[in-house]
Structures are given as C-alpha cells and as structure tokens.
Design a protein around this ligand. Structure first.
Ligand SMILES: [Zn+2]
Ligand SMILES: [Zn+2]
Length: 78
C-alpha cells in the first residue's frame, strides 16, 4: 500500500509542477510595466518604436515608466 501512496504523491507533485509551469508561461508575456508611460513614450510606441530618451530607457530597463516624462508607476510598498 505504501507504494501506491507514494505513486499518488508523485502524480500529485507532477500535476502541481505542470500547473506551476503553465502559470509561469501565462504570466511571462508581460512586456509592459504597469502604470502609464509618459507622452513621449506613448508617441514613440504608436510609431512602432521605443522612446529613446535616456531617462525613459533607464526607467524601462528597470521595468518602470519614466516619471520625469509624466509616466506613472503603481505605488509599491516594500
Ligand atoms: Zn519617453
Ligand atoms: Zn523620460
């Protein structure tokens, strides 16, 4: 009986692992940061480009919107 128990546990663990992988994959395509980008960035994006302002590039690299150019970021309490 011990064998079937551990087998069931293994199956459950596998299902859980698959669920985690699926969750990670569905969460993965999150290219844009939350909040609103600045006007310059919106303009660049609508032209199929990325804003080349140094401040915006730096902010985007950090996964944020450029606040200097009017972008907003969700307030995070850490
Ligand atoms: Zn910009
Ligand atoms: Zn900027």
């Amino acid at each position: 009986m011990k064998l079937s128990r551990s087998l069931a546990a293994f199956v459950a663990a596998s299902a859980f692992a698959v669920g985690v992988v699926f969750a990670a994959e569905t969460a993965a395509p999150k290219a844009k940061p939350e909040g609103n980008p600045g006007k310059c960035c919106v303009k660049a994006e609508s032209a199929g480009k990325t804003c080349d302002h140094k401040c915006c590039v730096e902010a985007n690299a950090a996964g944020k919107n450029c606040e200097k150019c009017g972008g907003t970021n969700p307030a995070k309490k850490s």
